[in-house]
Design a binder for this molecule. Structure first.
Ligand code: CMP
Length: 143
């Protein structure tokens, strides 16, 4: 079954949005395979955001994601990668539809509450960066 990597960013943790965000994915019917509250080391942040290395906002991006704890998660289900992106809403909060996570809570393009993998390749890469195989739980779930 498909898996994706989702992360409540430091602004979402500070604003007590972990419960709301995890509840949305639970209610949708996806299965939580792993989760942890963690501080991201700078080297991990730089590797995670490696594709943005040349962008002018790279330093800001790394500073922000390491500024406080994040809540890292792995969710599982049919088409979970694309569905989670739809539930998150557009990267820029002003373009994110009401009812989506960023549409409801996002304030700026940098402080946009949640990160989610954008493809199968990035999901595999990001899950591998943030989780050991033994931290992921395989179990049966009815719905
Ligand atoms: P995320 O999905 O975590 O992946 C890359 C991030 O870059 C994106 O969310 C945004 O938060 C961030 N980002 C994109 N454009 C900008 C920008 N102009 N300034 C700061 N951060 C940005």
């Amino acid at each position: 079954m498909e898996k994706t990597f989702l992360m409540v960013k430091p602004d979402g943790v500070q604003r007590n949005l972990i419960g709301d965000i995890t509840a949305r994915f639970e209610r949708k019917g996806f299965k939580l395979a792993g989760a942890k509250l963690m501080a991201i080391p700078t080297e991990l942040a730089e590797e995670h955001y490696g594709e943005h290395k040349e962008k002018p906002f790279f330093g800001e991006l790394v500073d922000f994601i390491t500024s406080g704890p994040v809540f890292a998660m792995v969710w599982e289900g049919e088409d979970v990668i694309a569905t989670a992106r739809t539930m998150m809403g557009a990267t820029k909060p002003a373009e994110a539809a009401p009812g989506t996570i960023r549409g409801d809570y996002g304030v700026t393009v940098g402080k946009n509450v949640i990160h989610g993998s954008d493809s199968k390749e990035s999901a595999e890469r990001e899950i591998g960066l943030f989780f050991d195989e033994k931290e992921l739980v395989d179990y049966e779930k009815d719905s």
